[in-house]
Ligand binder design. Structure first.
Ligand code: HDD
Length: 751
C-alpha cells in the first residue's frame, strides 16, 4: 500500500532527525565537540526539552493514556482535524461545484478558520516582548547557614526557564531600545516553583505598587496616536519622572549604558526587593538577589542601538538563541547580599524596604550561591515563552517576603494578570508553568481545565477520600510563613520618612561611573529631552538633575540650549561604589562576532587563516564580501556588502582594499567613494566600527580603507600587521574590555 510506504518513510525521517537532534546536544553521547558556529547557518531542529508534558494526558475514558505524545502531541503520519479525523485535502473549501458557493457544512473549513481567528492572546501589559531559554541551576551549598531552600544545597540541580524582556514595547517591537530589561527565572524545584522575577536594574521607579499604573501609563505610547513605540523619549514619561522624583534613581540607570545592553547574556539581574531567608533552625536574614553574568556586563552605544533597531530588531533574541545553539552556553552566578533581620530593616542607614535604594557591594559583598547555565532554546515560542507565567509570590521553603510596599502589590498583580492573559485560573497546568513537584491542590474546574480529577471530596476535612490529601509539617517541607512580628500601627496612606530621600543614591550611582560612562548618561538625557516638546518638562527635569550633580545638569542644559538651574536641596553626600561601573575588568571574549572583510582579490589562504584564528579564540567569524559568491570551496560568504552593517560585529579584520562594487543604487562609481577607490559601504562599515570604539585589525594592504573611513591608523585599538593570526589574538585581548575605551569621545567623521 503506497500510503503505508509513505507513512513509514515519514517515520524513518523523523527518527533520523531525532538522532541528529541528539548529536546536536553538546555533551550528549555521539555529539560533535562544541564549536561556535556561524549564527545564521541553517541548523538541525532543536533537541526536545526536559519533562514539560501536560499534567494529565489521559482522556476521559481512560484510554489513549500512553503519555504526552499519545494524546496531546502532533503525531501520526496523516493530517487530521482536531478531532483526529484524517483529511484528504486542506487547500480547497467544500463547494457546490468548482465555481460554486462554499458549503457551510464544511467542518474542516470552519474549524481551521475559527481556530486561526483565536490564535492570539493578550500580550503582557508590560514586558510584552521577550526571549527565553531552558537551563539548569546548580547550588553551591554556600547559602545553608541562612536558608533551608533545598535547591541551593550543594550539587542540587534544578531545571530553570528564564525569560528576558524589554518593558515598554509591544510584542513586535525592537530589542535594542533604551529600556529596563526583565530577567525572570522559574526554578522547578522539588519543593515547588520558585520565581525570581527581576530586572537588569537594581532599583525601581516607584516605592509603592499603587503607583505602577501611573508610571506605566506615562511611559507607554501616548494614548491618542499610540506613539512612540518602545521609547522613553517622549513628553508623558518625562512629565511623570520629573514630577515624581523617587523615579530619579531608576531613570538615571536607564539613561546609563545599562539601558542598552549588548546582549541578554551580558546583563546583571537583580531581585530588586529585599526578601527574607529562613534557615533550618527558623532564624531569618534579609537578602537581595543578584545574577552575575560570566561574560561581564556590556552595553551597546546609542547609535548602534538605534541602527540595530532597524537593521535587526530581533538582535537580542537572535543573539541568545544563536549562542545556545552554537554551544556557547550563557551562564550567571546567583549571589546574595545578606543583612540582619533587625526590627528597623535598615543596613548602614539604607532602608531595605525602599526599592529605589541599593546596598553597595562594597558595604555588603555579593556571596555566590549557585550557577545557572542556559542549555536549550524553547521548542515553541508561543507554548513556552509567551505562556510562561511568573509570579513573585511563587516561593519555596527558606525564602519569604518582606513588607516592601512595591512587592506587596506585585504579589497581587501577577496572579491577577494571568487570568486575563492566559484565559482563566488554570494557567499553572500549561506545560511550561507546571511545577515538577507533585500537585494535590483541590482547585477544580474553570476554563482550560486539563486534569481529569478523581475522587469525590475536593474539600477538607473529608472522610470520603480517606481524609486525603494531608497537611505537611516543616519537616515534610511545608511552606510555613516566617512569623515576622508586626508592630502595632494605625491605618494610614503614607510612606516612611526614610523613603523621602530621592537624590543621595542617584548621586552615588553618577559618582560611581567612569568619565566615558558619564558622557553616555549626559548624551542620553540630552537626546531624550530633545524629543520632549513641552519646555516646562525639559526645565523641570534639569531641576531634578541639579539635585543630583551640577556637571550632569550643566552639560545636559548646554546640550538643550537652556540655562542651568540651581539645586533645590543641599548636594547629598555619597560614596562612589566602583562595582556599579561596567568598565575596568577583563572578561572572556568568546561568542563575540568578528567580521572578516574581503573581496574576490583577497588571498583565500589568508581569509582561511583569519577565520581559523577567530574560531580558535572561541569567537564567531563572518566573511563579508561584495557578493555572495564563495571565496573558495570551504569559504562561504556570510554577509554581502549590501547586507553588512557594523552593528553586528564586535570587531573587524580587513584583508585588502575592497574595490568599489555595485552600490545600493546599482551604480559603479569609484570617484564618489571618497579619496580612494574603496567601496563606500566598506568605508561606512569601518567608520562606524571605529566611532563605536570597536577593535580594528588589518593587513597592511588595507591601508586605503583606513583613509576612506577616516580612521587614524595610530589610534588605540587599530592594529595592522602581516601576521593576521597574531592580530586576531590581540583583538580578542582587546575585546576582553569590550571596547577600546581610549577612543572615546568618538572622533566625528568629517571630510
Ligand atoms: Fe512586573 C511582568 C519585573 C514591578 C506588574 N515584571 C514583569 C516581568 C518582569 C517584571 C521581569 C516579566 C515576566 C515575564 O517574563 O513574563 N516588575 C518587575 C520588577 C518590578 C516590577 C523587577 C519591581 C521591582 N510589576 C511591578 C509592579 C507591578 C507589576 C509594581 C504591579 C503592581 N509585572 C506586572 C504584571 C506583569 C509584570 C502586570 C505583566 C505580565 C505579567 O506580569 O505576567 O503583572
Amino acid at each position: 500500500n503506497p500510503v503505508h510506504k509513505l507513512v513509514d518513510a515519514v517515520a524513518d525521517a523523523v527518527s533520523d532527525r531525532r538522532d541528529r537532534d541528539r548529536s546536536h546536544v553538546p555533551g550528549a553521547p555521539g555529539a560533535e565537540p562544541a564549536q561556535v558556529a556561524e549564527p545564521t547557518e541553517p541548523r538541525a531542529p532543536l533537541p526536545t526539552k526536559p519533562d514539560q508534558g501536560a499534567p494529565d494526558t489521559v482522556s476521559a475514558t481512560g484510554r489513549g493514556g500512553g503519555g504526552a505524545a499519545d494524546v496531546r502531541a502532533q503525531n501520526g503520519g496523516y493530517l487530521t482535524t482536531a478531532q483526529g479525523a484524517r483529511l484528504p485535502d486542506s487547500d480547497h473549501s467544500l463547494k457546490a461545484g468548482p465555481r460554486g458557493p462554499v458549503l457551510l457544512q464544511d467542518h474542516h473549513l470552519r474549524e481551521k478558520i475559527t481556530h486561526f481567528d483565536h490564535e492570539r492572546i493578550p500580550e503582557r501589559v508590560v514586558h510584552a516582548r521577550g526571549a527565553a531559554a531552558h537551563g539548569v541551576f546548580r547550588g553551591y551549598g554556600t547559602a545553608g547557614a541562612v536558608t533551608r531552600a533545598a535547591f541551593l544545597a550543594e550539587g542540587v540541580e534544578t531545571p530553570v526557564f528564564v525569560r528576558f524582556s524589554t518593558v515598554l514595547g509591544s510584542r513586535g517591537s525592537a530589542d535594542t531600545v533604551r529600556d529596563t530589561r526583565g530577567f525572570a527565572t522559574k526554578f522547578y524545584t522539588t519543593d515547588g516553583v520558585f520565581d525570581l522575577v527581576g530586572n537588569n536594574i537594581p532599583v525601581f521607579f516607584i516605592q509603592d505598587a499603587i503607583k505602577f499604573p501611573d508610571v506605566v501609563h506615562a511611559a507607554k505610547p501616548h494614548p491618542d496616536r499610540e506613539i512612540p513605540q518602545a521609547q522613553s523619549a517622549h513628553d508623558t514619561f518625562w512629565d511623570f519622572v520629573s514630577l515624581h522624583t523617587e523615579a530619579t534613581h531608576h531613570t538615571l540607570w536607564n539613561m546609563s549604558d545599562r539601558g542598552i545592553p549588548r546582549s541578554y547574556r551580558m546583563m546583571e539581574g537583580f531581585g530588586v526587593h529585599t526578601f527574607r531567608l529562613v534557615n533550618a533552625e527558623g532564624a531569618s536574614a534579609l537578602v537581595k538577589f543578584h545574577w552575575k553574568p560570566r561574560l561581564g556586563v556590556h552595553s551597546l552605544v546609542w547609535e548602534e542601538a538605534q541602527l540595530i533597531a532597524g537593521m535587526d530588531p530581533d538582535f537580542h533574541r537572535r543573539d541568545l538563541a544563536d549562542a545556545i545553539e552554537a554551544g556557547a552556553l550563557p551562564q550567571w552566578e546567583l549571589g546574595i547580599q545578606t543583612f540582619p533581620d533587625s526590627p528597623e530593616q535598615t543596613f548602614q542607614g539604607i532602608d531595605l524596604l525602599d526599592p529605589t535604594k541599593i546596598v553597595p557591594e562594597e558595604l555588603a559583598p555579593v556571596q555566590p550561591v549557585g550557577l545557572m547555565t542556559l542549555t536549550a532554546n524553547p521548542t515553541n515560542f508561543f507554548a513556552e515563552t509567551e505562556q510562561v507565567a511568573f509570579h513573585p509570590g511563587h516561593l519555596v521553603p527558606g525564602i519569604d517576603i518582606t513588607d516592601d510596599p512595591l512587592l506587596s502589590g506585585r504579589l497581587f498583580s501577577y496572579l491577577d494578570t494571568q487570568i486575563t492573559r492566559l484565559g482563566g485560573p488554570n494557567f499553572a497546568q500549561i506545560p511550561i508553568n507546571r511545577t515538577h513537584a507533585p500537585v494535590n491542590d483541590m482547585l477544580r474546574d474553570g476554563f482550560h481545565q486539563d486534569a481529569v480529577h478523581g475522587g469525590v471530596a475536593p474539600y477538607k476535612p473529608n472522610s470520603l477520600d480517606g481524609g486525603c490529601p494531608f497537611f505537611a509539617g516543616g519537616t515534610e517541607h511545608a511552606y510555613i510563613e516566617h512569623p515576622t512580628p508586626i508592630a502595632a500601627a494605625s491605618k494610614v496612606r503614607e510612606a516612611p520618612a526614610s523613603f523621602a530621600d530621592h537624590f543621595t543614591q542617584p548621586r552615588l550611582f553618577w559618582l560611581s561611573l567612569t568619565s566615558v560612562e558619564q558622557q553616555h548618561v549626559i548624551a542620553a538625557y540630552t537626546f531624550e529631552l530633545s524629543k520632549v516638546y513641552e519646555p516646562a518638562i525639559r526645565e523641570r527635569t534639569l531641576g531634578v538633575l541639579a539635585n543630583v550633580d551640577p556637571t550632569l545638569c550643566a552639560e545636559v542644559a548646554a546640550g538643550l540650549g537652556l540655562p542651568t538651574p540651581e539645586p533645590t536641596v543641599a548636594l547629598p553626600q555619597a560614596e562612589p561604589s566602583p562595582a556599579l561601573s561596567q568598565l575596568g575588568a577583563e572578561w572572556p571574549a568568546e561568542g563575540r562576532v568578528i567580521g572578516i572583510v574581503a573581496d574576490p582579490t583577497s588571498d583565500a589562504g589568508l581569509v582561511r587563516e583569519v577565520r581559523d584564528a577567530v574560531r580558535r579564540a572561541g569567537m564567531t567569524a563572518l566573511v563579508v564580501a561584495p557578493t555572495g559568491a564563495p571565496l573558495a570551496d570551504d569559504l562561504p560568504v556570510q554577509r554581502t556588502f549590501a547586507a553588512a552593517r557594523s552593528v553586528e560585529f564586535d570587531a573587524l579584520v580587513l584583508l585588502a582594499t575592497p574595490a568599489p562594487g555595485v552600490d545600493d543604487h546599482g551604480a559603479r562609481d569609484a570617484k564618489s567613494n571618497g579619496p580612494s577607490a574603496v567601496d563606500s559601504r566598506v568605508a561606512l562599515l569601518v567608520n562606524e566600527a571605529y566611532r563605536h570604539a570597536k577593535p580594528l585589525g588589518g593587513h597592511p594592504g588595507a591601508r586605503a580603507v583606513w583613509t576612506a573611513a577616516w580612521v587614524d591608523p595610530q589610534a588605540p585599538g587599530v592594529l595592522t600587521g602581516e601576521d593576521l593570526a597574531e592580530v586576531v589574538a590581540r583583538l580578542a585581548g582587546l575585546l576582553g574590555a569590550h571596547r577600546v575605551w581610549d577612543r572615546f569621545p568618538a572622533p566625528i567623521a568629517r571630510p
